[in-house]
Design a protein around this ligand. Structure first.
Ligand code: GLN
Length: 557
């Protein structure tokens, strides 16, 4: 196997500079130049994976086809590059230590003292190199190091990539540093000192970056590029301006315009043609100049931290780009709905999305908001917990099962319409024990989902413990809820719809994880279209409320 070339992306000065987007953009540009690219995120935290972290702390957990629970940056990588990733693409300190300690316990180190250098660094290097052994290898690996240069936690990763740079030789390894060049209001000037310091720290570790990606709110004058280049030992043309963009999908275009992918190709001796960016560019233009606007409410528990719903937000951007629509997201806390009523927040929206979630807090507000949009025929899209809440709402208010709820929240329910599968009853550990990863689902041909996907069989990613309780299939179906998507063996209900409603879809999986900039997810696309139709001619609530409940239903249990 030919050795792969390596591009390491580090970050300096502050966190949240968009290293993930920079890495994804580089991966995309190189892929468009015809290279076989793979991506990796090296995370310095000690959690084995982010699956056990609170979304408030770390944002969304991005689940891959193989069930790996990974950092949200892998979402950017997949959305930009459309390269399918696996658990090998996210390495954490926790995983590295777990492996090394496991080996030590087995006696594999033959009495040696096990140390950060070389044992931990060797394990990190071998996990980076392993990517080239998968799927017939690749030409380039773009690996992003989490955290900020100077952090204690990330030092073993920095040391490992420094060593790898030496071992592979300069024409095979490149270091890209993402840094902040702030504008200081009181001085009326752009300041380069933080960048100088951050590169100094990097060089103390033994890493000399070849490219600086300078995050800035103002244009970076040539004189400043030269100054930064001089202090940081690189040519001024490699000091690249990455200004705040209207949309993150503009970033690859900015980098390309400043010659980054050409420079990478030259530096790493990759003889490749110019990338084809026409389709991408056209889509970016559509995002910037939409024809219409729809307002969609997202009602959840973590609405104060948008990163917790990153993939959903991006899926709406993709759907908007494909339908020429600006999707204005209205964030509503489910607890506020409980306090003040749904009308206070949902009066002027064209659609409601309830995302996934855990824990009982805010659930009653979600159920109330679903009842509101169901009765008013406002398009509804429920994802995972959102679908479970839709089932609970229907069971309570239409099938008249008054105490219907999920077994996740109350254990001695008469009507646990959402419950635990027998194989989950024995689970005691939290990490990696949910129903995780891609599973197939078979759709009813008459359903809205089938219309959207245009195919009967689909594969979507899951991350949940609880499921639709099959004991309630009959009663809920008779009440008008359609179970339009099932697992191939028919055991699991994956999709519910209300046929009498213009667009009411609940899915047990997470479609947002498979939406790409190149290809919006069909369910998000159709949901946005349905919201557009509602926006044009909102349903007449008084008219609709009369016909909505099947009369024969009564409280049976
Ligand atoms: N808490 C629910 C479950 O575990 C839903 C999970 C989710 O929305 N991702 O089944």
């Amino acid at each position: 196997m030919e050795p792969a070339k390596h591009i390491f992306v580090t970050g300096g000065v502050v966190s949240a500079l968009g290293k993930g987007i920079a890495s994804a953009s580089i991966g995309f540009l190189l892929k468009q130049r015809g290279l076989r690219v793979n991506m990796q995120k090296l995370d310095p935290y000690i959690n084995v994976d982010p699956g056990t972290m609170n979304p408030f702390q770390h944002g969304e957990v991005f689940v891959l086809d193989d069930g790996a629970e990974t950092d949200l940056d892998l979402g950017h990588y997949e959305r930009f590059t459309d390269i399918p990733l696996t658990s090998d693409n996210n390495v954490t300190t926790g995983q590295v230590y777990q492996t090394v300690i496991g080996r030590e316990r087995r006696g594999d180190y033959l009495g040696a003292t096990v140390q950060v250098i070389p044992h931990i660094t060797n394990e990190i290097k071998s996990r980076i190199r392993k990517l080239n052994e998968l799927n017939g290898g690749c030409d380039v690996i773009v690996a992003e190091i989490g955290g900020t240069v100077g952090d204690i936690e990330s030092l073993p990763f920095m040391e490992a990539i420094r060593q790898l740079g030496l071992e592979e030789g300069p024409e095979n390894v490149m270091f890209v540093h993402v840094t902040l060049v702030p504008y200081v209001e009181t001085a009326g000037e752009i300041k380069t000192k933080p960048t100088q310091h951050s590169v100094k720290t990097l060089r103390e570790i033994g890493i000399q970056p070849q490219v600086l990606l300078c995050r800035t709110t103002r244009p970076l004058a040539d004189s400043l590029r030269e100054k930064i280049g001089l202090f940081c030992s690189l040519p001024a043309k490699n000091v690249i301006e990455v200004r705040d963009a209207e949309t993150i999908y503009e970033v690859p275009l900015m980098l390309h315009q400043q010659g980054l992918d050409q420079y990478i190709s030259d530096y790493l001796h990759l003889d490749t043609p110019q990338p084809d960016l026409d389709v991408w560019r056209a889509k970016v233009e559509r995002i910037k100049n939409p024809e219409k606007t729809v307002r969609i409410a997202i009602c959840g528990k973590y609405v104060h931290l948008k990163d917790a719903y990153k993939s959903i937000v991006e899926a709406f951007v993709h759907a908007g780009a494909e339908t020429n629509t600006h999707v204005e997201l209205v964030w509503v806390s489910s607890e506020d709905i409980k306090k003040n009523g749904a009308d206070a927040y949902l009066q002027n929206v064209d659609g409601l999305l309830i995302p996934g979630g855990f824990g009982e807090r805010g659930v009653e507000g979600k159920i109330e908001s679903i009842e509101y949009v169901r009765k008013r025929k406002i398009p509804f899209f429920g994802i995972c917990l959102g679908m479970q809440c839709a089932v609970i709402e229907y069971a309570r208010n239409v099938a008249k099962l008054d105490d219907a709820h999920s077994y996740e929240f109350y254990r001695d329910l008469k009507n646990a319409v959402i419950h635990l599968l027998p194989d989950q009853h024995e689970v005691t550990e939290m990490g990696g024990t949910m129903r995780l990863g891609a599973f197939p689902c078979i759709l009813d041909e008459g359903s809205r989902c089938f219309q959207a996907y245009g195919t009967k069989e689909l594969s979507e990613r899951h991350r949940h413990r609880y499921e639709f309780n099959n004991e309630y299939r009959d009663i809920l179906t008779r009440a008008g809820l359609k179970l339009v998507g099932l697992s191939p063996d028919g055991r699991l209900v994956e999709v519910v719809e209300i046929p009498q409603h213009p667009w009411f879809v609940g899915v047990q999986f997470h479609p947002e994880l498979k939406s790409r900039f190149h290809k919006a997810h069909p369910l998000f696309r159709e949901f946005v279209k349905a919201a557009g139709r509602y926006h044009e001619s909102p349903a007449q609530p008084a008219l609709l409320l009369k016909t909505e409940e099947p009369e024969e239903m009564e409280s049976t249990q």
